[in-house]
Design a protein around this ligand. Structure first.
Ligand code: SF4
Ligand code: SF4
Length: 145
């Protein structure tokens, strides 16, 4: 039996936990929250520490010390899972849902993430020092949830 069907998120080993991440990098996009509704909006601007070619963090081990709003997802409170994209395995399992058919744990290859259009690589850009993050509203991706 696949481990994600028999264990809760908190019961998983670190290796199991990490293998659930499909590498989409959506969680590395800057986000905005509507204060009235609590709705989350993703933008096309990605954290400066992201390598957009590999969609991996360039400073993974020290990420939360360098970027103040970068979150170690293992420490994320259950009430905060709505900040994750709807395709994210952690959110899906937390909500009692199945992994999608393109997930690397099912397909045995990360190519399936790209083919399914889940990776941010084709539409995101990395934040630069010239970006004014006060203007993030201009970069909201309405279709991404
Ligand atoms: S959104 Fe979820 S699956 Fe995608 S990179 Fe972030 S943690 Fe991994
Ligand atoms: S520090 Fe790394 S993991 Fe955190 S948001 Fe930035 S690129 Fe993503």
């Amino acid at each position: 039996m696949n481990f994600w069907k028999t264990k809760t998120l908190s019961e998983m080993t670190n290796q199991e936990w990490e293998s659930l991440c499909d590498g989409c990098a959506k969680c590395c996009l800057h986000k905005l929250e509507d204060e009235d509704t609590g709705d989350i909006y993703f933008t096309s601007i990605a954290c400066r520490l992201l390598d957009l070619t590999s969609c991996r963090c360039t400073r993974y081990a020290e990420r939360t010390q360098i970027i103040s709003d970068c979150v170690d997802l293992r420490q994320l409170e259950a009430t905060q899972y709505h900040w994750l994209p709807s395709s994210c395995a952690y959110r899906l399992l937390h909500e009692g849902k199945e992994l999608p058919e393109w997930h690397p744990l099912l397909t045995k290859t990360h190519d399936s993430v790209e083919k399914a259009g889940i990776s941010i690589r084709s539409y995101a850009r990395i934040e630069t020092k010239d970006d004014d993050l006060e203007d993030l509203e201009d970069f909201i991706l309405d279709w991404l949830e």
